[in-house]
Ligand binder design. Structure first.
Ligand SMILES: [Zn+2]
Length: 421
């Protein structure tokens, strides 16, 4: 992928989250409109009132509502949340009227509690991943402190009819365990949240994030596969996603969803077969590649991270090495290794050789060894910045790009504070 496009995707993602003037109104049909923003908001009108599907992040939500307002007929009877990620639930209060029912799949409650429970953990990681300043988390709110808006929670399926129009809601876990798909049989339209095109990527679509490295529970591959099958079986003519543009035509929708599903299934099965053959997670991260036939980029989700996500999701943290059973990590003895090498200089020299020989990751590990003993060793920090910049030059994934930038910024900060001493 072109560096300019990655930067664009990265900037678009970060900038759109804050901007409001990118919000556009899109007509899907006479009774369905979309506010296209960092994550889409849909309004479906019926003779007896309207249904809102997803509500955007808090910042662009008022603009999305303003654009959609003239297409809302009668009271807002239902707000449906395809899942509980912040970029879909930020505008709930703007749409809620007396008597509005808010619908979500039952796992929404735990998803929101989980995110709130670990806010202090996620806040700096989200800030690092998206290049934002860290917002100070408040005191620990406890285990069950999330604001839960839904008034209707369902397990497998929920349906209602409004103004003669039937809405069917299916539990379709994938990117999150609470994902749901909204199906309007009369229009053959499905709304599938972020289970496809998690970040609204243009073709060739990206492989999904089976594990988002900002930190998440494993996203279960086989659930995701089954959920995509559920949507394919509905035979939609129009597919509306949480991000990006509508997809139209059943043949094209089926082609793209099938490709996506098969890619997830392929990676999952390769991991499981590798595990059963006794292979360790790092071997599989190196070995498993997506066959060309799937024609999916790794701009958003990285296959190697997904391999590890699936492996660790099944097996947890223990790697069958007795050394790993104890609280002392390998890095405890890094300063001893530096001493054995005769000081940091030869280790840093080796790191620079690795960079010159196209092995920037090995160089990074070597700088870890030096910095474990002295976090402000200037030469090790400089080598580290070089290694990170080399990795960034070839980076195709905008999440990885964000973390590399974070690493460079952090090393530069250490370097300037070491120079001040
Ligand atoms: Zn989203």
């Amino acid at each position: 992928m072109h560096r300019a496009l990655i930067t664009c995707l990265w900037l678009c993602f970060a900038a759109l989250a804050a901007a409001q003037d990118h919000t556009q109104l899109v007509k899907i049909s006479d009774s369905i409109y979309m506010a296209k923003t960092v994550s889409n908001v849909y309004v479906v009108t019926t003779p007896e009132g309207s249904v809102v599907i997803d509500t955007a992040p808090a910042k662009p939500a008022p603009e999305a509502k303003r654009l959609l307002a003239e297409h809302v007929h009668g009271p807002v009877k239902y707000i449906i949340l395809t899942h509980g990620h912040a970029d879909h639930i930020g505008g709930i209060d703007l749409w809620k009227e007396p008597g509005t029912q808010v619908i979500a799949q039952r796992n929404y409650v735990e998803l929101l509690n989980y995110v709130t429970r670990l806010d202090g953990f996620f806040a700096p990681r989200n800030a690092a991943a998206f290049g934002r300043p860290v917002e100070q988390a408040g005191p620990w709110p406890g285990n069950f402190a999330a604001k839960i808006d839904p008034t209707i929670l369902f397990d497998e399926k929920y349906e209602f009819t409004l103004g003669g129009l039937k809405f069917e809601l299916f539990s379709t876990p994938g990117e999150t365990p609470d994902h749901l798909t909204v199906w309007i049989p009369a229009y053959k339209i499905a709304f599938m949240g972020d289970n496809y095109a998690g970040a609204g990527m243009p073709e060739p679509m990206s492989f999904p994030n089976m594990y988002a490295i900002r930190g998440t529970k494993p996203r279960w591959a086989l659930d995701w596969v089954k959920s995509i099958d559920t949507v394919i079986a509905l035979k939609p003519q129009i597919l509306l996603n949480g991000h990006g543009d509508p997809m139209t035509g059943n043949a094209e929708i089926t082609r793209r969803l099938t490709r996506y599903r098969d890619a997830i299934q392929y990676v999952h099965d390769q991991v499981v077969q590798g595990m059963d053959a006794g292979k360790d997670v790092f071997t599989l991260m190196q070995e498993i590649k997506l066959p060309k036939q799937y024609d999916l980029s790794e701009v958003f989700g990285k296959v190697s991270w997904s391999v590890r996500g699936i492996y660790d999701g099944y097996a947890g943290w223990f790697d069958a090495n007795p050394s790993s059973m104890y609280a002392l990590p390998a890095s405890t003895v890094y300063p001893d290794l530096v001493k054995l090498a005769g000081g940091p200089e030869p280790v840093v020299r080796l790191a620079l050789e690795k960079i010159a020989n196209g092995k920037p990751v090995e160089a990074l590990h070597l700088t870890d060894v030096v910095l474990a003993g002295d976090p402000q060793d200037a030469d090790a920090l400089k080598a580290r910045i070089q290694a990170l910049e080399v990795l960034q030059k070839d980076c195709e994934n905008f999440v990885e790009e964000g973390w590399l930038t974070y690493g460079i910024t952090k090393a530069r900060k250490e370097l300037s504070s070491s120079a001040g001493k």
